[in-house]
Design a protein around this ligand. Structure first.
Ligand code: KG4
Ligand code: ZN
Length: 354
């Protein structure tokens, strides 16, 4: 098979496109963010997201191929995010990806968005191989996963309520920060005084690997309502919140590594772009003699490169999906078939009805 795989990400509010080639690496990638479109509503409006993906996807594919110095004829496969995500948004990427693969007569595969995030750190670090523990922290998921092989995922713990990114976004919103709140909150936290506000480290006082962030959000709300609501107080509260989330995640990561008997941690998903989380986990790994790995900042948040990469690995192992536009707004990652190669052509787990 020609190894160049086109990756398409349209699960939420970013249109991401990339070409990844297992032989030569990332050939090109491009991203269009819909942040400005949704900002006036304070969150993602699903129907507007779908329509914007329709407008932006084809131009972005042309742009990415041009940057890679390729034409569609040079593609050996197509990978698109098939779930989890917003159904209308997913259908745009799946429809375009499927149609393109059909026209080019190349295999196509629906990629699990969180597997894309999980594999992103491997794209740029040739020495990084399972087994490892993955901390997946995005807007919709907070999970600790034991990775024994690519595709062999064991859920060790997860958030019982808000995902870490969701907690950042909601907390930012209640203090009047614009959408998407996570990066804004992290930015103002830099000006906050450490220790001025001390919030709890939820569920760290008992054994277990599950997480919970909604109580922390309520603590922030109460502190904010009682405060003088000055800029400095907002920064102080933001810093207190960020430190609580970062400490909690660091404690749970250390526990997960212990429980799994592993010494390598990878971190992925939008909250993986948080600089304080990165620094804390690096410091913890250095102290404990382990290793921690993150994707570059741009590949923590949603992007096409991670989908192209995850798809390229699965296509190279002979996996592909039937020629049907199928998406899964909800999708359990533990149900994915394990790699490595040598499995022969088989269905990746998506429904095959045409
Ligand atoms: O992975 P992602 O781009 O999309 C999903 O799959 O959900 O993650 C987006 C989430 C948002 O909740 C956003 O606020 C959060 O990641 N995020 C951050 C930072 N950058 C993005 N949270 C904290 N600090 C950041 N620097
Ligand atoms: Zn994501």
């Amino acid at each position: 098979m020609n190894p160049a795989v086109l990756g398409i990400e349209t699960s939420c509010d970013e249109t991401g496109v990339a070409v990844y080639d297992l032989a030569s690496g990332l050939r090109a990638h491009a991203l269009y963010s819909q942040v400005a479109l949704h900002a006036q509503y304070g969150g993602v409006v699903p129907e507007l997201a779908s329509r914007d993906h329709v407008r932006k996807l084809l131009p972005l594919i042309r742009q990415t191929l041009a940057e890679a110095g390729m034409s569609v004829r040079d593609l050996g496969g197509v990978a698109y995010t098939a779930g989890p995500g917003l159904i209308g948004a997913l259908l745009v990427g799946a429809g375009v990806g499927r149609a393109l693969a059909w026209a080019l007569d190349v295999p196509a595969i629906g990629v699990h968005h969180m597997e894309g995030h999980l594999l992103a750190p491997l794209m740029e670090d040739a020495d990084l191989k399972p087994p490892f523990v993955a901390l997946l922290v995005s807007g919709g998921h907070s999970q600790l996963i034991g990775v024994r092989a690519i595709g062999d995922y064991q859920l060790l713990g997860e958030s019982l309520d808000d995902a870490a990114g969701e907690a950042f976004d909601k907390t930012a919103k209640l203090m009047g920060l614009p959408y998407p709140g996570g990066p804004h909150l992290a930015r103002i936290a830099e000006r906050g005084t450490p220790g001025a506000y001390k919030f709890s480290r939820p569920m760290t006082d008992r054994p277990g690997l599950d997480l919970s962030f909604s109580g922390l959000k309520t603590q922030v709300l109460l502190a904010w309502q009682k405060s003088d609501r000055s800029e400095q107080t907002r920064a102080d509260i933001a810093r207190g919140f960020e430190d609580a989330v970062v400490d909690t995640l660091a404690i749970k990561c250390a526990r997960a590594l212990d429980a799994a008997g592993m010494d390598t941690l990878i971190v992925a998903g939008g909250v993986g772009a948080n600089l304080r989380l990165r620094a804390k986990l690096q410091e913890q790994a250095a102290r404990g003699g382990g290793k921690v790995s993150f994707p570059r900042l741009a590949f923590c948040t949603d992007n096409g490169a991670m989908i192209a990469y995850a798809g390229a690995l699965r296509l190279a192992a002979g996996l592909h999906d039937a020629a049907a536009v199928e998406v899964r707004p909800r999708w359990d990652m533990a149900s994915l078939p394990a790699l490595p190669a040598g499995l022969g052509t088989r269905d990746s787990g998506l429904a095959t009805a045409r």
